[in-house]
Design a protein around this ligand. Structure first.
Ligand code: RIB
Length: 306
């Protein structure tokens, strides 16, 4: 039996290099350290939900390589239901991640591997009808997400689409989504507009270009500044929390997993975004993507630095 929260998404092995600064074009620099972590936007979101104490099922694919075994082991140890994760006769997804420690910012290149083979039919209708919230992102084929979202509409499942990475998607996939979650560059990409950064009016104008129905909502994440929430045809800023950032990798995924978890309980988007802001702030204080996701106790007891 599947869980109330389903994540249809990517699973990657993250190969992470930490260095003080970003090399200039053509320059070689010596880095500080190298680590591997379980990652992938889908897997990170599922681990967040699980660490917050909610049952979660992940639908995705890993390869038949050594990374595939490690990724499955790691997800199982995080109590994510992997019974609908398939095996692909080829390589697993990998992400090459560079974290620049002076700024704690990162750059990521993903090689999709098995994530390109993820199919909507890995999720039977019977399981779909038992779910309340379905989350996806764009590291698995958008046509398969669209197919699954159309099926999920018939079962009344709340459909959340994280439009990351910033790819072009069909109008129909947007139309089949209840809540779109994105950052500012992704909103610019979807609307072909240049935003005045962190400006509520500019974000509100761009959201109008999406021609959403009255029941659809949007959350635009603004990093440490918080998030812009558009719900019931009104937009407002929800402030973020200040912390000492170490590694921002996966903070957007933490935000989405936490938002979905809280929404399952409260059905209140503004409350869910505030909760997700706290969880995401905590996640940037630790290294790694899935490895940095907080527990419910940590979020509830969170105090920002003053
Ligand atoms: O959002 C962070 C994630 O993006 C990383 O874990 C990496 O695997 C890529 O999917």
């Amino acid at each position: 039996m599947s869980s109330p929260i389903i994540v249809f998404g990517s699973i990657n092995m993250d190969l992470v290099v930490y260095s003080d600064k970003q090399p200039a074009k053509g320059e070689t620099i010596l880095g500080n350290s190298f680590e591997t972590f379980q990652g992938g936007k889908g897997a990170n979101q599922a681990v967040t939900v699980s660490r917050l104490g909610f049952p979660v099922s992940l639908i995705g694919k890993v390869g038949n390589d050594v990374f595939g075994n490690e990724l499955l082991e790691s997800l199982n140890s995080e109590h994510v239901d992997t019974s609908m994760v398939g095996r692909h006769e080829g390589p697993s997804g990998v992400a090459f991640i560079y974290v620049f420690e002076e700024t704690s910012e990162n750059q990521i290149i993903v090689i999709s591997g098995s994530n390109e083979q993820v199919k909507s039919n890995q999720m039977p209708d019977k399981e779909l009808s038992a779910s309340d919230v379905l989350i996806s992102q764009l590291e698995v084929p958008p046509s398969e997400i669209e197919d699954l979202f159309i099926r999920a509409k018939n079962t009344g499942t709340y459909r959340i689409l994280n439009t990351a990475p910033g790819l072009k998607i069909s109008k129909n996939l947007i139309h089949e989504t209840d809540l779109l979650v994105m950052n500012e560059p992704e909103l610019e990409n979807l609307t072909e507009r240049t935003l005045e950064r962190q400006n509520a009016d500019s974000i509100g104008q761009a959201i109008k270009d999406l021609n959403l129905s009255t029941t659809q909502s949007v959350v635009v994440t603004l990093g440490s500044k918080g998030a812009y929430v558009y719900v019931d045809q009104k937009g407002q800023l929800i402030e973020g929390y200040k912390v000492e950032a170490v590694d921002t990798t996966g903070s957007g995924d933490c935000f989405i997993g936490a938002l979905a978890s809280q929404y399952l309980e409260s059905k209140d988007l503004l409350d869910s975004v505030n909760f997700a802001n706290k969880a995401a702030a905590l996640s940037v204080t630790k290294k790694g993507a899935s490895a940095s996701m907080p527990s419910m106790e940590e979020v509830v007891n969170f105090h920002q630095i003053t």
